[in-house]
Design a binder for this molecule. Structure first.
Ligand code: ZN
Length: 496
């Protein structure tokens, strides 16, 4: 899997520092300056490239289709939402405010992050564990955002033949699919062909430097500590010493030259010094990732030892992680003990509320969990984890109407959330509502960018005999719209 990770990253953006002919680089050369923003290349250059914004978006959606169902992707609403919120916050301080970003987390201990077409950015769980501060995490995200806003992939492809682009889309997908189906992978792509393609796709060192500078500017504009970027470079260089065998994949895809380190260090010296405190959420997310990554007992031992030795940056997060690890081990009694300690600290956070509700569920107290979810949702109305938890708790206690009520009430906040529609479909299944079940399934597939299955499910909904006139006409209209989108996608594929 490590090899695949590396190959994905190499193919999709990441440069090895070959001395690529800079003549193929269609963007304007970057002019060094301390004022980063005003010297960024003109984004208008992108219009001359092969990969249009629409192409990028389409490839991005294909990738997200795999992401939605991949076992390799951490499907955890809390961790993902934290990353997405941080990424969005950084992106709004970047050079392209129109670009949409989607962040996801790959279950992989190695330290890596990679940008793909359409603003899709993947982050390995190993990165969460390797960074020493939220600013360091932000510095890596800022760098990736820089690759996207400067359209490095598109600019690089501009120098290639168009059929190479088709290969990239295909191979990117094959690799993502192969992550969850290793048997498929070996046949799909040999190391040799990957190397050949990689050689055609080398970015220039300009791209790396530019991504660093955009990243620094974003860090500064967002109010993070700019020294975090050179600090993370140091972390990477020391990498192999403290997290066994985890640094190489990032170093291979983001080679650290002394020139690159010097450039960033010099810039940082001319920027505002800022001491930035990490958010509670950052600490909680890291603790959760740690609690989920290894065998529960390994995590329990680690958290307990840290607490005993007072070896932590945030004590609440340490106990929170320990409680999650105990829950994973089905040791409810000890999870409760941790929760009782956490309650005495008075910290307020949706993650802590969700933990409390999960403990009640583990204690077979669905009524108590119900009450906790209701109270917490009034404090944190848009928390996906709480919304899912509340609906799942209702479903588990055979109250589909209440599950539907929660989801319907929250849908305006989360109109593009596939999981909400999956939960609706489950609730309608319990109620024996055929039309509504297939309609919800169709909407879930649509939000996973899987148009073919969306059409199929909507056809089942249209054929169902249990809908009223009003429901049937909504399904008919939506089916027409979905078929139209399906035709557009077929057409686009033919022309690609
Ligand atoms: Zn890079």
């Amino acid at each position: 899997m490590k090899l695949k990770t590396i190959v994905i990253a190499m193919l999709l953006w990441s440069p090895t520092f070959t001395l690529a002919d800079e003549g193929v680089f269609t963007g304007k050369p970057y002019t060094p300056s301390t004022n980063v923003e005003s010297n960024l290349p003109d984004l208008g250059d992108v219009s001359q490239t092969v990969l249009s914004q629409q192409d990028e978006r389409r490839i991005g959606e294909q990738i997200l289709r795999e992401v939605a169902t991949s076992d390799e992707v951490l499907q955890d609403a809390e961790v993902t939402d934290y990353l997405q919120a941080l990424g969005d916050r950084l992106a709004t301080n970047g050079p392209d405010k129109q670009q949409k970003f989607t962040f996801f987390v790959v279950k992989d201990k190695s330290i890596n992050a990679f940008a793909m077409p359409g603003g899709v950015i993947g982050v390995h769980t190993g990165l969460f564990l390797a960074v020493n501060s939220e600013s360091e995490l932000a510095s890596v995200l800022g760098h990736e955002i820089g690759h996207v806003t400067q359209h490095h992939l598109a600019r690089m492809l501009a120098s290639q033949k168009y059929d190479t682009f088709k290969n990239i889309a295909g191979i990117a997908l094959a690799l993502l699919v192969s992550r969850s189906n290793p048997q498929l992978a070996s046949g799909a792509l040999t190391a040799a062909s990957a190397t050949t393609i990689q050689r055609q796709l080398d970015y220039t060192r300009e791209h790396e430097r530019e991504a660093d500078r955009v990243g620094l500017s974003i860090l500064d504009n967002t109010g993070f500590d700019v020294r975090a970027m050179p600090a993370f470079f140091n972390t990477l260089q020391r990498g192999t010493r403290f997290v066994e065998g985890t640094a190489p994949s990032f170093l291979r895809t983001h080679p650290l030259t002394s020139e690159r380190i010097a450039d960033v260090s010099n810039r940082v010296q001319n920027m505002t010094y800022r001491q930035v405190e990490d958010s509670l959420e950052f600490h909680l997310v890291r603790a959760k990732v740690r609690a989920m990554q290894s065998f529960p007992q390994t995590a329990i031992d680690e958290f307990e030892d840290n607490i005993k030795q007072q070896r932590f940056n945030n004590e609440v997060a340490e106990h929170y992680g320990l409680a999650i690890a105990y829950l994973r081990k089905n040791d409810v009694e000890n999870a409760v003990k941790q929760w009782q300690w956490l309650k005495t600290q008075g910290s307020q956070h949706a993650f802590l509320d969700n933990l409390a509700a999960n403990i009640e569920i583990a204690r077979h107290q669905p009524k108590k969990a119900e009450l906790l979810y209701t109270q917490s949702l009034s404090r944190f109305p848009a928390s996906r984890a709480l919304i899912y938890g509340a609906a799942e708790n209702y479903l588990a206690s055979r109250q589909p109407d209440k599950a539907i009520e929660v989801i319907e009430r929250k849908l305006p906040l989360l109109p593009n959330d596939a999981n909400c529609y999956d939960l609706l479909a489950k609730a309608y299944t319990v109620k024996g509502k055929v039309l509504l079940k297939h309609q919800a399934q169709a909407e879930a597939y649509y939000r996973k960018f899987d148009i073919n299955h969306a059409v199929e499910q909507m056809e089942f909904a249209a054929k169902a005999s249990d809908g009223n006139f009003y429901e049937k006409s909504i399904v008919e209209a939506r089916l027409k719209e979905l078929r139209r989108l399906q035709d557009i996608e077929k057409e686009a594929k033919k022309n690609a």
